[in-house]
Write a protein that binds this ligand. Structure first.
Ligand code: ATP
Ligand code: MG
Length: 414
Protein backbone atom coordinates (compact mmCIF):
# COMPACT_ATOMS: atom_id res chain seq x y z
CA UNK A 1 0.00 0.00 0.00
CA UNK A 2 1.09 3.54 -0.74
CA UNK A 3 1.24 5.64 2.39
CA UNK A 4 -0.01 8.70 0.49
CA UNK A 5 -3.33 6.86 0.12
CA UNK A 6 -3.61 5.90 3.78
CA UNK A 7 -6.37 8.14 5.13
CA UNK A 8 -5.44 7.62 8.78
CA UNK A 9 -2.56 9.85 9.79
CA UNK A 10 -0.11 9.81 12.64
CA UNK A 11 -0.81 12.35 15.36
CA UNK A 12 1.65 14.42 17.33
CA UNK A 13 -0.05 13.84 20.63
CA UNK A 14 -2.21 11.06 21.96
CA UNK A 15 -5.53 12.06 23.59
CA UNK A 16 -4.77 13.87 26.85
CA UNK A 17 -6.42 11.34 29.10
CA UNK A 18 -4.48 8.38 27.72
CA UNK A 19 -2.12 7.06 30.37
CA UNK A 20 -1.08 3.68 29.11
CA UNK A 21 1.79 2.98 26.79
CA UNK A 22 -0.26 0.87 24.36
CA UNK A 23 -2.97 3.51 23.94
CA UNK A 24 -0.48 6.34 23.55
CA UNK A 25 1.60 4.66 20.84
CA UNK A 26 -1.32 3.09 19.00
CA UNK A 27 -3.18 6.43 18.91
CA UNK A 28 -0.14 8.39 17.86
CA UNK A 29 0.75 5.95 15.09
CA UNK A 30 -2.80 6.07 13.72
CA UNK A 31 -3.65 2.43 14.50
CA UNK A 32 -6.65 3.16 16.70
CA UNK A 33 -8.96 6.07 17.42
CA UNK A 34 -10.43 6.62 20.84
CA UNK A 35 -14.19 7.23 20.81
CA UNK A 36 -14.74 7.37 24.59
CA UNK A 37 -13.42 5.68 27.70
CA UNK A 38 -12.76 2.03 26.92
CA UNK A 39 -14.03 2.29 23.33
CA UNK A 40 -11.75 2.35 20.30
CA UNK A 41 -12.19 2.25 16.53
CA UNK A 42 -9.58 0.34 14.57
CA UNK A 43 -7.97 2.12 11.64
CA UNK A 44 -6.47 0.30 8.63
CA UNK A 45 -3.08 -0.45 10.24
CA UNK A 46 -4.63 -1.47 13.56
CA UNK A 47 -7.18 -3.70 11.92
CA UNK A 48 -4.44 -5.47 9.96
CA UNK A 49 -2.76 -6.35 13.28
CA UNK A 50 -6.08 -7.61 14.69
CA UNK A 51 -6.64 -9.76 11.58
CA UNK A 52 -3.13 -11.23 11.84
CA UNK A 53 -3.68 -12.16 15.48
CA UNK A 54 -7.09 -13.60 14.66
CA UNK A 55 -5.67 -15.76 11.90
CA UNK A 56 -2.96 -17.16 14.19
CA UNK A 57 -5.63 -17.99 16.76
CA UNK A 58 -8.02 -19.39 14.12
CA UNK A 59 -5.39 -21.83 12.86
CA UNK A 60 -4.86 -23.16 16.37
CA UNK A 61 -8.61 -23.44 17.02
CA UNK A 62 -9.08 -25.33 13.74
CA UNK A 63 -6.26 -27.71 14.69
CA UNK A 64 -8.19 -28.50 17.87
CA UNK A 65 -11.15 -29.37 15.64
CA UNK A 66 -13.08 -26.23 16.62
CA UNK A 67 -15.88 -25.13 14.29
CA UNK A 68 -16.11 -21.39 13.74
CA UNK A 69 -19.46 -19.72 14.35
CA UNK A 70 -20.68 -16.19 14.92
CA UNK A 71 -23.17 -15.89 17.75
CA UNK A 72 -25.56 -13.00 18.21
CA UNK A 73 -24.43 -9.85 19.98
CA UNK A 74 -27.96 -8.99 21.20
CA UNK A 75 -29.13 -11.41 23.88
CA UNK A 76 -32.64 -12.09 25.18
CA UNK A 77 -33.03 -11.29 28.88
CA UNK A 78 -34.62 -14.72 29.49
CA UNK A 79 -31.36 -16.53 28.80
CA UNK A 80 -29.52 -14.46 31.37
CA UNK A 81 -32.28 -14.91 33.93
CA UNK A 82 -32.03 -18.68 33.59
CA UNK A 83 -28.47 -18.62 34.92
CA UNK A 84 -29.06 -15.83 37.41
CA UNK A 85 -26.45 -13.67 35.74
CA UNK A 86 -28.96 -10.95 34.71
CA UNK A 87 -28.65 -9.93 38.36
CA UNK A 88 -25.15 -11.03 39.31
CA UNK A 89 -23.04 -9.98 36.33
CA UNK A 90 -22.61 -6.36 37.30
CA UNK A 91 -20.83 -5.27 34.12
CA UNK A 92 -23.59 -6.51 31.78
CA UNK A 93 -24.93 -3.78 29.48
CA UNK A 94 -28.71 -3.88 29.59
CA UNK A 95 -30.78 -2.13 26.97
CA UNK A 96 -34.44 -1.71 26.16
CA UNK A 97 -35.91 -1.68 22.68
CA UNK A 98 -38.93 0.28 21.43
CA UNK A 99 -41.38 -2.35 22.58
CA UNK A 100 -39.89 -2.14 26.09
CA UNK A 101 -38.27 -5.52 25.70
CA UNK A 102 -35.11 -5.85 27.79
CA UNK A 103 -31.97 -7.16 26.15
CA UNK A 104 -28.31 -7.60 27.01
CA UNK A 105 -25.32 -6.76 24.87
CA UNK A 106 -23.18 -9.90 24.71
CA UNK A 107 -20.55 -9.83 27.46
CA UNK A 108 -19.77 -13.55 27.06
CA UNK A 109 -21.71 -16.29 25.29
CA UNK A 110 -22.46 -19.26 27.56
CA UNK A 111 -26.07 -18.03 27.73
CA UNK A 112 -26.37 -18.22 23.94
CA UNK A 113 -24.27 -21.23 22.98
CA UNK A 114 -25.70 -23.61 25.61
CA UNK A 115 -29.39 -23.42 24.59
CA UNK A 116 -28.33 -23.26 20.94
CA UNK A 117 -26.39 -26.51 21.26
CA UNK A 118 -29.27 -28.06 23.24
CA UNK A 119 -31.51 -27.62 20.20
CA UNK A 120 -29.01 -29.43 17.96
CA UNK A 121 -27.76 -32.45 19.85
CA UNK A 122 -29.39 -35.55 21.37
CA UNK A 123 -27.11 -38.47 21.75
CA UNK A 124 -23.63 -39.49 22.88
CA UNK A 125 -22.88 -39.88 19.18
CA UNK A 126 -23.11 -36.10 18.79
CA UNK A 127 -20.25 -35.59 21.28
CA UNK A 128 -17.57 -34.36 21.70
CA UNK A 129 -17.20 -31.18 19.65
CA UNK A 130 -16.18 -27.58 20.10
CA UNK A 131 -17.17 -24.24 18.61
CA UNK A 132 -15.47 -20.88 18.67
CA UNK A 133 -15.97 -17.35 17.48
CA UNK A 134 -14.32 -13.97 17.19
CA UNK A 135 -16.62 -11.29 18.42
CA UNK A 136 -16.96 -7.90 19.97
CA UNK A 137 -17.95 -8.14 23.63
CA UNK A 138 -19.51 -5.41 25.72
CA UNK A 139 -18.86 -4.92 29.42
CA UNK A 140 -19.43 -1.94 31.61
CA UNK A 141 -15.93 -2.03 33.07
CA UNK A 142 -15.50 0.43 35.93
CA UNK A 143 -11.77 0.58 35.48
CA UNK A 144 -11.40 1.08 31.73
CA UNK A 145 -8.13 2.93 31.88
CA UNK A 146 -5.45 0.86 30.21
CA UNK A 147 -6.18 1.37 26.53
CA UNK A 148 -6.78 -1.91 24.75
CA UNK A 149 -6.01 -3.88 27.89
CA UNK A 150 -9.39 -3.17 29.43
CA UNK A 151 -12.11 -1.99 27.10
CA UNK A 152 -15.85 -1.59 27.42
CA UNK A 153 -16.08 -2.86 23.88
CA UNK A 154 -13.37 -5.36 23.02
CA UNK A 155 -12.60 -8.31 20.80
CA UNK A 156 -12.48 -11.82 22.17
CA UNK A 157 -12.07 -15.30 20.84
CA UNK A 158 -14.27 -17.63 22.84
CA UNK A 159 -14.21 -21.38 22.48
CA UNK A 160 -16.74 -23.75 24.06
CA UNK A 161 -16.32 -27.51 24.25
CA UNK A 162 -18.94 -30.20 24.86
CA UNK A 163 -18.16 -33.64 26.29
CA UNK A 164 -19.72 -36.83 27.60
CA UNK A 165 -17.63 -36.93 30.74
CA UNK A 166 -14.95 -35.30 32.79
CA UNK A 167 -12.13 -37.45 31.37
CA UNK A 168 -12.88 -36.28 27.86
CA UNK A 169 -13.06 -32.65 29.02
CA UNK A 170 -9.74 -33.02 30.90
CA UNK A 171 -8.07 -34.32 27.79
CA UNK A 172 -9.34 -31.51 25.56
CA UNK A 173 -8.63 -28.89 28.25
CA UNK A 174 -4.97 -29.86 28.20
CA UNK A 175 -4.79 -29.55 24.45
CA UNK A 176 -6.30 -26.06 24.58
CA UNK A 177 -3.57 -25.05 27.03
CA UNK A 178 -0.94 -26.24 24.56
CA UNK A 179 -2.61 -24.34 21.69
CA UNK A 180 -2.66 -21.18 23.77
CA UNK A 181 1.02 -21.59 24.55
CA UNK A 182 1.71 -21.88 20.82
CA UNK A 183 -0.35 -18.77 20.08
CA UNK A 184 1.51 -16.59 22.60
CA UNK A 185 4.82 -17.88 21.29
CA UNK A 186 3.85 -17.16 17.68
CA UNK A 187 2.76 -13.59 18.39
CA UNK A 188 6.09 -12.92 20.06
CA UNK A 189 5.30 -12.79 23.79
CA UNK A 190 5.74 -16.47 24.66
CA UNK A 191 8.59 -15.84 27.07
CA UNK A 192 6.72 -13.17 29.00
CA UNK A 193 3.47 -15.13 29.20
CA UNK A 194 3.08 -17.65 31.99
CA UNK A 195 0.55 -20.36 32.81
CA UNK A 196 -1.08 -19.44 36.10
CA UNK A 197 -3.39 -21.19 38.53
CA UNK A 198 -6.50 -19.18 39.29
CA UNK A 199 -9.72 -19.56 41.22
CA UNK A 200 -11.77 -22.50 40.06
CA UNK A 201 -15.42 -22.79 39.36
CA UNK A 202 -17.90 -25.22 40.76
CA UNK A 203 -16.42 -28.12 38.87
CA UNK A 204 -12.64 -28.01 39.39
CA UNK A 205 -10.34 -26.68 42.09
CA UNK A 206 -8.60 -24.36 39.64
CA UNK A 207 -9.02 -22.58 36.39
CA UNK A 208 -5.99 -21.45 34.44
CA UNK A 209 -4.90 -18.14 33.09
CA UNK A 210 -2.21 -17.06 30.71
CA UNK A 211 -0.67 -13.98 32.26
CA UNK A 212 1.63 -11.67 30.34
CA UNK A 213 4.05 -10.16 32.81
CA UNK A 214 4.10 -6.39 32.43
CA UNK A 215 3.87 -3.48 34.87
CA UNK A 216 0.79 -2.39 32.88
CA UNK A 217 -1.12 -5.42 34.14
CA UNK A 218 -3.63 -5.47 36.97
CA UNK A 219 -3.10 -8.90 38.49
CA UNK A 220 -0.55 -9.89 41.12
CA UNK A 221 1.06 -13.22 40.28
CA UNK A 222 2.97 -15.21 42.91
CA UNK A 223 5.75 -17.22 41.34
CA UNK A 224 7.45 -20.05 43.23
CA UNK A 225 11.18 -19.37 43.44
CA UNK A 226 11.96 -23.08 43.23
CA UNK A 227 9.62 -24.70 40.68
CA UNK A 228 8.21 -21.50 39.04
CA UNK A 229 4.58 -22.50 39.58
CA UNK A 230 2.53 -19.32 39.19
CA UNK A 231 -0.59 -18.60 41.22
CA UNK A 232 -2.98 -15.67 40.93
CA UNK A 233 -3.21 -13.47 44.01
CA UNK A 234 -6.95 -14.21 44.49
CA UNK A 235 -6.25 -17.86 45.51
CA UNK A 236 -2.96 -17.54 47.10
CA UNK A 237 -4.36 -17.46 50.64
CA UNK A 238 -5.17 -21.16 50.31
CA UNK A 239 -1.53 -21.90 49.58
CA UNK A 240 0.93 -20.73 52.22
CA UNK A 241 3.38 -23.13 50.57
CA UNK A 242 3.74 -24.06 46.91
CA UNK A 243 1.23 -26.84 46.08
CA UNK A 244 3.72 -28.27 43.59
CA UNK A 245 7.03 -28.38 45.50
CA UNK A 246 6.25 -27.12 49.01
CA UNK A 247 8.61 -24.17 48.83
CA UNK A 248 7.72 -20.98 50.72
CA UNK A 249 9.86 -18.61 48.64
CA UNK A 250 7.98 -16.57 46.08
CA UNK A 251 8.32 -13.48 43.99
CA UNK A 252 5.39 -11.30 43.06
CA UNK A 253 5.01 -9.95 39.55
CA UNK A 254 2.35 -7.94 37.80
CA UNK A 255 0.55 -9.47 34.84
CA UNK A 256 -2.33 -9.01 32.47
CA UNK A 257 -4.57 -11.97 31.76
CA UNK A 258 -4.50 -12.57 28.02
CA UNK A 259 -6.36 -15.86 28.07
CA UNK A 260 -8.08 -18.28 30.38
CA UNK A 261 -9.50 -21.78 30.46
CA UNK A 262 -12.37 -23.03 32.63
CA UNK A 263 -13.92 -26.39 33.30
CA UNK A 264 -17.58 -25.52 33.49
CA UNK A 265 -18.87 -29.05 34.04
CA UNK A 266 -22.68 -28.98 34.07
CA UNK A 267 -22.97 -25.41 35.40
CA UNK A 268 -24.67 -24.19 32.21
CA UNK A 269 -25.99 -27.53 30.88
CA UNK A 270 -28.34 -27.96 33.83
CA UNK A 271 -30.21 -24.60 33.63
CA UNK A 272 -30.58 -24.93 29.86
CA UNK A 273 -31.40 -28.65 29.83
CA UNK A 274 -28.42 -29.52 27.66
CA UNK A 275 -28.53 -33.29 28.04
CA UNK A 276 -27.59 -36.27 25.89
CA UNK A 277 -28.76 -39.85 25.77
CA UNK A 278 -25.86 -42.08 26.83
CA UNK A 279 -25.12 -45.63 25.62
CA UNK A 280 -27.21 -47.07 28.47
CA UNK A 281 -30.25 -45.02 27.40
CA UNK A 282 -29.93 -42.62 30.38
CA UNK A 283 -30.09 -38.84 29.88
CA UNK A 284 -27.01 -37.06 31.27
CA UNK A 285 -25.92 -33.40 31.31
CA UNK A 286 -23.29 -32.46 28.76
CA UNK A 287 -19.95 -31.55 30.36
CA UNK A 288 -18.63 -28.21 29.14
CA UNK A 289 -15.44 -26.19 29.03
CA UNK A 290 -14.93 -22.57 28.00
CA UNK A 291 -11.77 -20.87 26.86
CA UNK A 292 -11.37 -17.12 26.35
CA UNK A 293 -8.64 -15.17 24.66
CA UNK A 294 -8.66 -11.39 24.42
CA UNK A 295 -7.73 -10.50 20.86
CA UNK A 296 -7.61 -6.73 21.33
CA UNK A 297 -6.08 -7.09 24.80
CA UNK A 298 -3.38 -9.27 23.25
CA UNK A 299 -2.61 -6.53 20.72
CA UNK A 300 -2.26 -4.08 23.62
CA UNK A 301 -0.11 -6.51 25.60
CA UNK A 302 2.25 -6.98 22.64
CA UNK A 303 2.72 -3.21 22.51
CA UNK A 304 3.35 -3.03 26.26
CA UNK A 305 6.09 -5.62 25.88
CA UNK A 306 7.72 -4.53 22.64
CA UNK A 307 7.38 -0.74 22.16
CA UNK A 308 10.46 1.39 22.76
CA UNK A 309 11.08 5.11 23.20
CA UNK A 310 10.62 5.75 19.48
CA UNK A 311 7.35 3.91 19.01
CA UNK A 312 5.83 0.57 18.09
CA UNK A 313 7.91 -2.53 17.39
CA UNK A 314 5.87 -5.31 15.80
CA UNK A 315 6.88 -8.95 15.88
CA UNK A 316 6.96 -10.07 12.24
CA UNK A 317 3.99 -12.43 12.63
CA UNK A 318 1.55 -9.68 13.58
CA UNK A 319 3.02 -6.63 11.82
CA UNK A 320 0.51 -4.85 9.56
CA UNK A 321 3.15 -4.84 6.81
CA UNK A 322 6.45 -6.63 6.78
CA UNK A 323 8.43 -3.83 5.17
CA UNK A 324 8.33 -0.04 5.16
CA UNK A 325 9.79 1.32 1.96
CA UNK A 326 10.90 4.96 2.13
CA UNK A 327 11.72 6.86 -1.05
CA UNK A 328 13.75 9.96 -0.21
CA UNK A 329 14.09 13.22 -2.11
CA UNK A 330 11.60 15.25 -4.08
CA UNK A 331 9.13 14.03 -6.64
CA UNK A 332 11.50 15.35 -9.29
CA UNK A 333 13.91 12.54 -8.45
CA UNK A 334 12.46 10.29 -11.09
CA UNK A 335 15.29 7.75 -10.84
CA UNK A 336 14.61 7.30 -7.10
CA UNK A 337 10.89 6.96 -7.68
CA UNK A 338 11.50 4.42 -10.44
CA UNK A 339 13.71 2.33 -8.16
CA UNK A 340 11.13 2.52 -5.36
CA UNK A 341 8.38 1.56 -7.78
CA UNK A 342 10.42 -1.45 -8.91
CA UNK A 343 11.04 -2.64 -5.39
CA UNK A 344 7.41 -2.10 -4.47
CA UNK A 345 6.36 -4.24 -7.44
CA UNK A 346 8.97 -6.89 -6.76
CA UNK A 347 7.93 -7.32 -3.12
CA UNK A 348 4.21 -7.18 -3.86
CA UNK A 349 4.53 -9.82 -6.55
CA UNK A 350 6.50 -12.01 -4.11
CA UNK A 351 3.57 -11.72 -1.67
CA UNK A 352 5.55 -9.59 0.81
CA UNK A 353 3.35 -6.91 2.32
CA UNK A 354 4.95 -3.52 1.95
CA UNK A 355 3.94 -0.01 2.92
CA UNK A 356 5.57 2.54 0.60
CA UNK A 357 6.08 5.97 2.06
CA UNK A 358 5.72 7.83 -1.24
CA UNK A 359 4.62 11.07 0.41
CA UNK A 360 6.16 14.44 -0.31
CA UNK A 361 7.49 14.97 3.21
CA UNK A 362 10.98 15.49 4.59
CA UNK A 363 13.46 12.70 5.17
CA UNK A 364 13.31 13.41 8.90
CA UNK A 365 9.56 12.92 8.99
CA UNK A 366 9.82 9.65 7.06
CA UNK A 367 12.45 8.23 9.41
CA UNK A 368 10.62 9.32 12.56
CA UNK A 369 7.34 7.90 11.35
CA UNK A 370 8.93 4.64 10.26
CA UNK A 371 10.08 4.16 13.84
CA UNK A 372 6.67 5.20 15.17
CA UNK A 373 4.77 2.75 12.93
CA UNK A 374 7.16 -0.05 13.92
CA UNK A 375 7.25 -2.30 10.84
CA UNK A 376 9.96 -4.98 11.04
CA UNK A 377 12.10 -3.85 8.06
CA UNK A 378 12.86 -0.35 6.88
CA UNK A 379 13.99 -0.11 3.24
CA UNK A 380 15.40 3.15 1.94
CA UNK A 381 15.99 4.24 -1.62
CA UNK A 382 17.64 7.59 -2.37
CA UNK A 383 19.94 9.23 -4.92
CA UNK A 384 22.78 7.35 -3.21
CA UNK A 385 21.24 3.90 -3.57
CA UNK A 386 20.14 4.49 -7.17
CA UNK A 387 23.72 5.17 -8.13
CA UNK A 388 24.83 1.80 -6.75
CA UNK A 389 21.64 0.01 -7.73
CA UNK A 390 21.27 -1.16 -4.12
CA UNK A 391 18.71 -0.78 -1.31
CA UNK A 392 19.35 0.19 2.31
CA UNK A 393 17.82 -2.22 4.78
CA UNK A 394 17.51 -1.91 8.55
CA UNK A 395 15.61 -3.92 11.13
CA UNK A 396 13.42 -1.87 13.51
CA UNK A 397 15.30 -3.04 16.61
CA UNK A 398 18.88 -2.77 15.32
CA UNK A 399 21.05 0.19 14.34
CA UNK A 400 23.05 -1.46 11.61
CA UNK A 401 22.14 -0.48 8.05
CA UNK A 402 23.03 -2.85 5.22
CA UNK A 403 23.12 -2.31 1.50
CA UNK A 404 21.76 -5.12 -0.62
CA UNK A 405 20.68 -5.68 -4.18
CA UNK A 406 16.98 -5.72 -4.87
CA UNK A 407 17.34 -9.29 -6.18
CA UNK A 408 18.44 -10.46 -2.71
CA UNK A 409 15.74 -8.50 -0.93
CA UNK A 410 12.92 -11.04 -1.21
CA UNK A 411 15.10 -13.88 0.03
CA UNK A 412 16.20 -11.80 3.02
CA UNK A 413 12.84 -10.58 4.25
CA UNK A 414 10.31 -12.95 2.64
P1 ATP B 1 -10.32 -9.84 33.79
O1 ATP B 1 -10.08 -10.61 35.06
O2 ATP B 1 -9.09 -9.22 33.24
O3 ATP B 1 -11.49 -8.89 33.91
P2 ATP B 1 -12.09 -11.86 32.89
O4 ATP B 1 -11.81 -12.93 33.88
O5 ATP B 1 -13.28 -11.00 33.07
O6 ATP B 1 -10.78 -10.94 32.71
P3 ATP B 1 -13.11 -13.46 30.72
O7 ATP B 1 -14.49 -13.03 31.01
O8 ATP B 1 -12.86 -14.90 30.99
O9 ATP B 1 -12.07 -12.52 31.45
O10 ATP B 1 -12.73 -13.11 29.23
C1 ATP B 1 -11.81 -13.87 28.45
C2 ATP B 1 -10.65 -13.01 27.98
O11 ATP B 1 -11.10 -11.80 27.41
C3 ATP B 1 -9.71 -12.58 29.09
O12 ATP B 1 -8.75 -13.57 29.34
C4 ATP B 1 -9.09 -11.33 28.51
O13 ATP B 1 -7.99 -11.66 27.67
C5 ATP B 1 -10.19 -10.75 27.66
N1 ATP B 1 -10.88 -9.65 28.36
C6 ATP B 1 -11.73 -9.73 29.43
N2 ATP B 1 -12.18 -8.53 29.77
C7 ATP B 1 -11.64 -7.65 28.89
C8 ATP B 1 -11.74 -6.24 28.71
N3 ATP B 1 -12.52 -5.51 29.48
N4 ATP B 1 -11.04 -5.67 27.71
C9 ATP B 1 -10.25 -6.40 26.89
N5 ATP B 1 -10.12 -7.74 27.01
C10 ATP B 1 -10.81 -8.36 27.99
MG1 MG C 1 -13.53 -9.23 33.98
Amino acid sequence: MRQSELFAKTVREAPRDEMSRNAIWLSRAGYVHKEMTGVYSYLPLGLRVIKKIEQIVREQMNQLGGQEVLLSALHPKDNWEKTGRWQTMTDLYKIEDESDRELALGATHEEIITPLVASHINSYQDLPFSVYQFQTKFRHELRAKSGLLRGREFMMKDLYSFHRDQADLDNFYKKVGESYREIFKTVGIGEQTIYTLAGGGTFSPYSHEFQTLTPAGEDQIHICAKCHLAINDEIIAKHPTCPECGSVKRTIQTGIEVGNTFKLGDKFSVPFGLNYRDTDGQMRPVIMGCYGLGISRLMGAIVEITADERGLVWPITVAPFRAHLLSLGSDKDTAVLAQAENIYKLLTEAGIEVLWDDRAVTTGVKFTEADLLGLPYRLVVSARTVEKNLVEIKGRTVDEIKLISSQNLCALIG
